[in-house]
Design a binder for this molecule. Structure first.
Ligand code: G6P
Ligand code: MG
Length: 211
């Protein structure tokens, strides 16, 4: 067996909540009159909430206090959480669901490795909270991707050393995080053509041929 564990990012890999992040940040950027587009949004993939806002503020020409930053990041999160409320198990693509089942059938352990503080709520909503052996998310890390902390914690929770783990990511920051600690990385979506990744996936089920 080449890998003993698969560590999966959540937003943009298991479900399409990356679109909701985009929508919520766009509302905030519009309110502040800041330019915001897909290219800027792609830089926010895998990056924590406050760090994401700092990237958005690169295009803001006024000063913003820490209190104001908190106000806007809280507001972004309320908009985002409202969008999450309508989610159900039907938001998991059939290709994703069948791939997760196939990985489990092969006896390979699975964990979530996400920078999001909303990860557990999303997993409950899509009916996958109990599916994974471990969840490492934005509530237990001190540094966001590209720091590898979230993946190292996942490998620790699973009790499987990094070289036996493969990470699945749609964020370039996530690919960098995995590679920096000797984990192979299968990249999908926005990161699919990112050269440092070990494998490029068109859809999640492409992963099965590399396990
Ligand atoms: C994931 C997403 C990022 C998001 C981060 C924090 O990594 O890819 O776009 O900023 O989680 O999410 P949160 O739900 O805690 O605001
Ligand atoms: Mg992601």
């Amino acid at each position: 067996m080449k890998y003993k564990a698969v560590i999966l990012d959540l937003d943009g890999v298991i479900c399409h909540t990356d679109q909701y992040h985009y929508e919520a940040w766009r509302t905030i950027a519009d309110e502040l009159g800041i330019i915001f587009n897909e290219d800027i949004n792609n830089r926010l993939r895998g990056v924590g909430r406050m760090q994401s806002f700092d990237i958005i503020l690169e295009n803001y020409d006024k000063a913003m206090s820490e209190d104001e930053k908190l106000f806007y990041t809280d507001k972004k999160n309320s908009i985002y959480v409202d969008l999450l409320h309508a989610m159900t198990p039907l938001d998991v693509d059939p290709d994703v669901m069948s791939t997760l089942s196939a990985i489990r059938a092969r006896g390979i352990k699975m964990a979530i490795g996400s920078s999001s503080q909303n990860a557990k709520m999303i997993l409950h909503k899509i009916g996958l909270f109990s599916f994974f052996e471990a969840i490492s998310d934005g509530t237990n890390i001190t540094r966001t991707k590209p720091d590898p902390e979230v993946f190292l914690l996942a490998s620790e929770y699973l009790d499987i050393d990094p070289p036996w783990c493969i990470v699945v990511e749609d964020a370039k920051a996530g690919v960098d995080a995995a590679k920096s600690v000797n984990m192979d990385c299968a990249a999908i979506g926005d990161a699919a053509d990112y050269a440092p990744a070990t494998y490029s996936l068109g859809k999640l089920s492409d992963l099965l041929k590399y396990l």
